[in-house]
Design a protein around this ligand. Sequence first.
Ligand code: ATP
Ligand code: MG
Length: 407
Amino acid sequence: MIIKVPKEVETALNILHVNSYEAYIVGGCVRDSIMGKVPSDWDVATSAKPEEILLCFNQYRTIETGIRHGTVTVIISKMQIEITTYRIDGEYSDNRRPDDVLFTDKIEFDLKRRDFTINALAYNKNGVIDLFGGLDDIKNKIVKCVGDSDERFNEDGLRILRALRFASVLNFDIEKNTSYSIFRNKNLLNNISMERINIELNKLIMGSNFQNILLEYRDVIEVFLPEIQDLTKEKLEYRLNAMKALNSLILRLSVLLHKIDSPDKILMNLKYDNKTVKTFKLLTENIDEKIYPDQVSIKKWLNKINHVNLNYLIKIKKAMFDYEYEELTKSKKIMKDIIATNQCYSLKTLAINGQDIIDSGVPKGKNIGIVLNKVLNKVIEGKLENNKDTLLIYIYDKREELLSSKK
Ligand code: ATP
Ligand code: MG
């Protein structure tokens, strides 16, 4: 078997070889290459110790990424390559991190500590090293632990979620014993930080087989996301189906977790960033609000949630409510037209601002905002032209009415 390795990676392997160290590409990049996919990054494992790696690459820019764990990042013609010394993980006393790592000069040990057979392959110009049947498992589309599943999950509980992630992303089945062990050991996920869970969960949700995995393994997901316990099987299936039509994480999360008790708290707990939480809150709060396909109501929506979010909301509603599909397509068209023709729908695009109103003699204070919003509404409703003179004359004419009633 021959894997086409980028020339920068080839260079890294060669430099280690001429310095009489062993070196292989390992992990995800080998798996992906064999599957005919383009790997996202290329990891190298070597018998060289961290200081020796640094010496080998002293002509290149290096970053001491995790020197204690044996990882050096080498930059070769702008490509970042992570080079890691062969490792044996020490004892795992807390089900998540080895207490210490030991370096070794045997690739066998380094492959043995890896999570799944499909991830425990190494390759260089001498061929593939496949000690655990990873090649067959790739061919048969199987996620299977290296060694005893119970033991491996007890070493690091995150592997439970990683198994689901790989099954979802690669569209693989989980081998029977590994699968039983996942259910048996699911509570080990309680020991894992939400930051690590977050990364795997996102990949799982965006994977091509997320529907089946989330249905089949919902008991496992509920360990860190107990809120979905309240969803009936039918409801969950319905949501998963709608999610399929959506291509971004925030949209899929919004569908999965709307109308659940304080959904934004769930997201915060899962360590999503503030922007994601904010968008999520806005979308989930508005899922059941009607969007009427006419200029005025679309402008009001734009003013309320801005056009990126309205676009998201329309996508979500299209995916969830078949019977509104045509109306929503129309709404989207109206929205695009409003944006393309720079029509006014917000205070930002109104032809006057607060200072203009003060200059026209209205006393400073809260009422400025009230007047602006009333005028904006008239413009949105098409009752006033968005033109500075028109608006100022209107304010002057109606000043008493505008300032008397609050809204
Ligand atoms: P991706 O393409 O999504 O990056 P990957 O297989 O490269 O997939 P990473 O999380 O980048 O996954 O990990 C790189 C490699 O390190 C894995 O292929 C696996 O061999 C090993 N590995 C990562 N995390 C663990 C873990 N928790 N336990 C054991 N081995 C692991
Ligand atoms: Mg990777």
